[in-house]
Design a protein around this ligand. Structure first.
Ligand code: F6P
Length: 325
């Protein structure tokens, strides 16, 4: 495959470590004498021809920076055939031979459709705090986001204990409970409410009451934003209606989880996946996502990465059950 120039973009919700991945893509490309165009604002910028040439110096001093210097967006226009045609024409004008997209499910769907329609080689790099991508044990940003959340939860624990309060703490994850599960285990939470497990509020209340009988002084419950029985606010209302003896407080951690300098783990993962994406293109691979499973670099067809679910680990769910008695 001809590989003189590639384009790289970040898309969807930003995640800490996207800059480290961008740096790795650009530096690896330049190492192999490939030119790079950075596309601003994901697919939106591809449609608007918002491109900028990037070389090894353009990505200096960003390995430690949160967010994404080339910005991100969720694009409605790219969902239309006309939008994609416009984007393809712009890539052709800039003589782009292949594209690398850093993002989640939505980003990969765009890449896959684009590759099928126009035949341009594409590679996906998993960058999302949600960790909900099949084909990689971890996604770029998950480690940092969960550490940020855990630090905040530890602080809430201090005040919860001082006042014998029940705290419902909502963490991000519209469709996935990976941040919630990790935070629940690491913060010693009483319970976790995930989109994947459908725990009834009655069962949660019974659990909390049992803890009370065992002289538990405070309770932390981690609620995933996408919990099917309601977010933290809604759940608090339901619990209070069932039993008004509890002093319930709600904290929604929100977008604080998306920012901040990436952890060492995320920087390393991003560096590996960024270099891996260029080496994959050089080896003639396309329409795949580069991931790390059991510490080994693996390539999963984008279609599979989109369709299959990264499953919640039952053993981890059991940990909460055992450790919160
Ligand atoms: O996909 C990452 C994520 O942070 C989700 O956890 C969250 O539901 C969503 O993005 C929020 O998106 P936005 O910042 O566009 O509202």
């Amino acid at each position: 495959m001809k590989l003189s120039k590639i384009a790289v973009f970040t898309s969807g919700g930003d995640s800490p470590g996207m800059n480290a991945a961008l740096r790795a893509v650009v530096r690896a490309a330049r190492y192999y004498q490939i030119e790079v165009e950075g596309v601003y604002r994901g697919y939106e910028g591809m449609i608007d021809a918002d491109f900028t040439p990037l070389d090894e110096r353009s990505v200096a001093r960003i390995v430690d920076k949160g967010g994404t210097i080339i910005k991100s967006a969720r694009s409605e226009a790219f969902r239309t055939k006309e939008g994609r045609k416009q984007a393809y024409n712009n890539l052709q004008k800039h003589k782009i031979d292949a594209i690398i997209g850093i993002g989640g499910d939505g980003t990969f769907t765009g890449l896959h459709v684009f590759n099928k329609e126009f035949g341009i080689p594409v590679i996906g790099i998993p960058g999302t705090i949600d960790n909900d991508i099949f084909g990689s044990d971890y996604t770029i940003g998950f480690d940092t986001a969960s550490n940020t959340a855990i630090q905040a939860i530890d602080r809430i624990r201090d005040t919860a204990t001082s006042h014998n309060r029940l705290f419902l703490i909502e963490v991000m994850g519209r469709d996935a409970g990976f941040i919630a599960l990790r935070c629940a285990i690491a913060s010693g939470a009483k319970a976790v409410m995930l989109p994947e497990t459908h725990t009834e509020p009655e069962a949660l209340l019974a659990k909390i009451k049992l803890g009370e009988q065992k002289r538990k002084s405070s309770n932390i419950v981690i609620v995933s934003e996408g919990n099917k029985n309601g977010n933290a606010q809604e759940l608090a209302k339901q619990l209070q209606l069932m039993d008004d003896s509890f002093d319930i407080k709600v904290t929604v951690l929100g977008h604080v989880q998306r920012g901040g300098p990436p952890s060492a783990y995320d920087r390393l993962l991003a560096s590996r996946l960024g270099v891996g994406s260029i080496e994959a293109l050089k080896a003639g691979k396309s329409d795949v996502m580069v991931g790390v499973l059991n510490e080994k670099m693996v390539f999963t067809p984008l279609e599979k990465a989109i369709k299959e679910n990264h499953r919640i680990n039952d053993e981890m769910m059991k940990l909460i059950e055992i450790l919160s008695i």
